[in-house]
Design a protein around this ligand. Structure first.
Ligand code: ZN
Ligand code: ZN
Length: 215
């Protein structure tokens, strides 16, 4: 087994970081948050000779989950996550798109498996722990691989910012508690990819992110 490699494909008008995680040797992996532009995702997978095993979702917003049902159909692989608290969001993705007024192909989706705090998911030998981190969305989960100090944090924590909390089910105090109790304890050396913009390290955010002052 090789190192975990990550390829980012910005998708949807929201420029969401659809992320392909794969093993550098076996070329097997998963896709995290295929929000849309499914044809592009499939093209990247084929051009790079990758085999995707599962679709992992961090939460139920359109830019993250809008293409999951279509990609499941095209690749014949299951949709895993998020926490079931996001079921109402995922069952109304088409409505979300209308509310945002965005022109994009969106389908409602019901995952094949919901995730809970403490669950694990994997591809090859790479195991990821699940942490339930509500606040940006009620069912938001993050995916953590301790062995290679790598995490996908979705829209919980960004490079120099945090997730917005003005959408249905969002709550600022809850988000800060998730960051304080679940994300920061992962340790300063933990590197991460997030849902929008460049990734970072937990330690850099703990020291420099203005939204984390006082946590
Ligand atoms: Zn979101
Ligand atoms: Zn997002």
């Amino acid at each position: 087994m090789g190192k975990i490699q990550a390829g980012i494909i910005p998708v949807t008008p929201f420029q969401q970081n659809c992320t392909i995680l794969f093993d550098g040797e076996s070329k097997e992996g998963v896709v995290v948050d295929p929000g849309g532009d499914v044809a592009t995702i499939v093209q990247v997978v084929q051009e790079n000779g990758l085999t995707l095993k599962e679709i992992w979702l961090t939460h139920g917003h359109i830019d993250h989950a809008g293409g999951a049902d279509e990609l499941r159909e095209v690749l014949h692989i299951p949709v895993i996550g998020p926490h079931e608290a996001d079921r109402p969001l995922l069952e109304n993705l088409e409505l979300q798109a209308k509310r945002f007024g965005v022109e994009m192909a969106v389908r409602n989706v019901v995952p094949d498996r919901w995730l809970n705090e403490g669950d694990t998911v994997s591809f090859g030998n790479h195991v990821f722990e699940i942490f339930h981190c509500p606040g940006h969305a009620p069912g938001h989960v993050i995916y953590v691989n301790r062995e290679q100090a790598f995490a996908h944090l979705g829209d919980v924590l960004f490079n120099s910012s945090i997730g917005r909390t003005d959408l249905p089910g969002g709550d600022h105090a809850t988000l800060l508690a998730s960051i304080r109790d679940k994300v920061l304890p992962l340790g300063d050396e933990m590197g991460f990819i997030c849902g929008h913009g460049p990734g970072s390290r937990i330690g850099d955010e703990r020291r420099n992110n203005p939204f984390l002052k006082g946590l």
